[in-house]
Every structure is written in C-alpha cells, then in structure tokens.
Design a binder for this molecule. Sequence first.
Ligand SMILES: *[C@@H]1O[C@H](CO)[C@@H](O)[C@H](O)[C@H]1NC(C)=O
Ligand SMILES: *[C@@H]1O[C@H](CO)[C@@H](O)[C@H](O)[C@H]1NC(C)=O
Length: 384
Amino acid sequence: MSSRRWTSSAQELLTPGTGPERKPPGFVPTKNCNPCPFLKRALYSRTAQRFCWALLIVFAIFKLLSLAQKGDKLYFREHAASYFQSLDILENEYSVVSHWTTHDIIPVTCYSHNAHGRHVSLQSAISSGCMSIEMKLFPSGNDLLIGPIPDMLSRELNLRNLYIDPLLRMLREVNTSLETPHSDANRNEDEILGLFTNDPTQTLVLLIDFDADPDRVWSQLLPYLEPLREAGFLSYFNGSAVVHGPLTIVTTGNVPLYRVLERSTFRDVFYDAPLMEILPVSSQNPPQNSEYNSRNSYYASAHFRTAVGSVDFNGFSESQLSNVRQQVQLAHAHGLKVRYWGTPTWPHELRNYVRRILIREGVDIITVDEASQPHQTTLESRND
Ligand SMILES: *[C@@H]1O[C@H](CO)[C@@H](O)[C@H](O)[C@H]1NC(C)=O
Ligand SMILES: *[C@@H]1O[C@H](CO)[C@@H](O)[C@H](O)[C@H]1NC(C)=O
C-alpha cells in the first residue's frame, strides 16, 4: 500500500470546500461523500507508519545499548580489568584526563578546534592535561591561520594570537614564579620549567598539521617561532644531541622530510615519522643511522586501521596485539613516541577499550578524533 497515494488522496480531500471538516457540526456522511473512508484510511495508514518507525527506532537503540554494554563487560573482564584497576577511565573522558593528571601520565592529543569550530583555549587544554595540541595551519598573507578547514578561518585565529603569545606569557610566568626564595633549592639554574605543574619536565607538543601549501607554511613558520626560540623554550637538536625544552614543535601532514633534515646543526622543528616505515634496529642499522630517529622526529604515527586493523566487539586479536607491540618496540628503539590516529570513537565503550589497550601496550599518546570531539566537549564543560 503506497503511502504517497493515501497522502495525496487525503490532501485532495483537505483542500477547502471538499474536506469533511468544512461541513457544519452534525454533518452525516451521505452516499455523495465517497472519499470519506479514504481520509480515515489515509490517517490510519500514516499513524500506523509513524508508530512502526518509532517502534523500530526504539528497538534499534535498545539493541545497540545492550550490545555496547555486553561488549563492555566482555572486554573489561577478559582483557583490561586487571591492568587498569587503578586507572579508572571507564566513566568518561573527563575522568580519563583528571585521573591521568594526578598520575603525571596524560597521554592525550587535543585538537585546537572543537566540532563547532570554536577554539579551545591554551589554558583549558593544558589544565585538562593535553600533552599535545594539534592544529592545522593555513597561510594567508603573512599570517598563519588556524582552523579545521579553510572555510572556517578567521584573521584573529592565527598562530601568534592563539599560541605563540600566550605560551610566551605563561612560560615566563612559570620561570619567574620559580625565582622566589621559597622555590626548590635543588633546581638547576639553567633549567627552564614547563607548563605542567605536576610534572615540570613534561614538554608540551605543538603538533602542526601542514594541510595546504607545505613549503609556504614551512618558510613562514620558522620566523613565527623566533620569540620562543630566543627565550630558550623550544626543544632543539644542537648537532649532536637533543636538548629538551618546555615546548616541542612537531610537524605532520604534507611536510617534506628534507625540510626538517636540511637544518643539520640546529633544528627545533621535528618530524612526525611514518610508523609503518620504521625499520628494525640491528647492528647494521643502528637507530642513529636510520632515516627516522629522535634527532629529526618526535612521534612515529600511523592511522590505526592501517597499522592495526579494525577492532570490533571481539576485541584485539592476538596478531593485532603483536603488531601493536612490535610497532611500539620499533619506534621506542629509535627514540620515538608512538601515536595512532583514527582510533575508533564510537561506541564509547569500544573507544575506551581501545585506548586502554593501547596505553597498556606502551603507546605514548592517544589522539582524540576531530569528528567525535569527546574531549573538547569535556574541556568546554569544565570551563563553563
Ligand atoms: C627566567 O628568569 C630569570 C630570572 O628571573 C631570567 O634571568 C631569565 O631571563 C628568565 N628566562 C626567560 C626565558 O624568561
Ligand atoms: C649539545 O647538547 C649536549 C647535551 O646537552 C651537549 O653535551 C653538547 O656539548 C652539545 N653540543 C653542542 C655542539 O653544543
């Protein structure tokens, strides 16, 4: 029975002058009013249809919820519970962050923009424990604008206003506040302390995604960083070793490696190495000889599905787990930190389970997917 037919016949009937509701009260249908039963049937049919849809949707939601719950219980019993009793990240993203903060382990990369294009302030990101902040840069005139996509850029939201200036201010504050007589007597005079109060040696990574025009972004980026460089706040490679500072600049996306490498005696912009291209370390291939090592790169990253595959409610397979272990071990042997992006984001139980296993296996940072933005919601609600 086609609903369109019923609807159109109903509409015909409802046009002024023809429908029954136009008749005076007490009107009794007569033989002349043939269409009346049709109107009734049309209404029934629509109501029935809506009812069916509602039933179907309720059923689907119920089914998904119960599935998620089942999967959740299954995972945590089988895989994770024993490892993470003290690290209760079950509840929500907020508890993930706040809990990790107290443990000095805050392996979260946060995006600098939330789903609505609103900027998450540096302060809120740091206080929520983002050890790494990812942003996309777009060149515009002499500026480097920050935004998720070119259509959402604004002149005020540029690298200097959002990051360079506030970072300089915050780091100078930390530095001077520690000059008081009550500060830690054991503190090394030359040491510049970082932004995380619970672990001042922890560096904050600015993960800069080169989306458009990599060569132009690169040549504009270096002068932008000058104030931070001059103040000695950036991690750098001095030609023989990496000196760690409170800020580390890492580039990702379309950055050509040669741009990073061409500065061989001084380098304060590091590369996000492709995790899948890291070769095993051997006597023939020591880390310092390999293409990617801690002198030129900071992270080694890969898309989760490419590197590990898809994980569903059956959990990680043995071979997936061994892949993760191998990738982590390889990257660490080269002095690089492992980062997977594009990890599952929904349902939340699956997301938390995957994160939990990855951290257990030694993955250094979890990237919160831009599309889902659970973390940003948290940041906002925390600041409101
Ligand atoms: C840190 O503070 C000391 C003492 O106040 C000062 O001499 C130094 O220049 C400061 N460093 C930076 C990078 O601001
Ligand atoms: C580079 O830094 C390391 C560690 O701080 C230091 O031992 C070395 O002398 C520095 N090299 C140069 C060329 O400054």
